[in-house]
Unconditional design. Sequence first.
Length: 135
Amino acid sequence: MSQTQHHADHHVFTRFSNAVSGAAGRPITFITAVVAILVWAVSGPIFRFSETWQLVVNTGTTIITFLMVFVLQNSQNRDGAAIQAKLDELIRVSSGTNRLIGAEHLTEQELQHIRDVIDSAAKREDQRRREQQHQ
């Protein structure tokens, strides 16, 4: 597969993922799902609660759930990466240290150490400000 085709495939999936994620979060989508389940439940006596009747909803919900996991994860991954890029840019242009750029790639232990250092610095700064207010 060429680089151009690979990029085009990602673009199509990104647009699809955005559209599905947006639609999945709307109230009308929830209402539609509830109505579909109610129609299925009401049709139970008509189909004598057969195995096929049960299989229809089980198969449908399983397929939709399986596919939605990937679509929503893709959307969440992109959202997280976009937020991270924005935060990295804010850190880069601020007067603060750049050591936190790329922190999302650290281990849990490394992140905890950084959190501890930042918490200690924040407490020291709070204490310094309180002392300045009392002077």
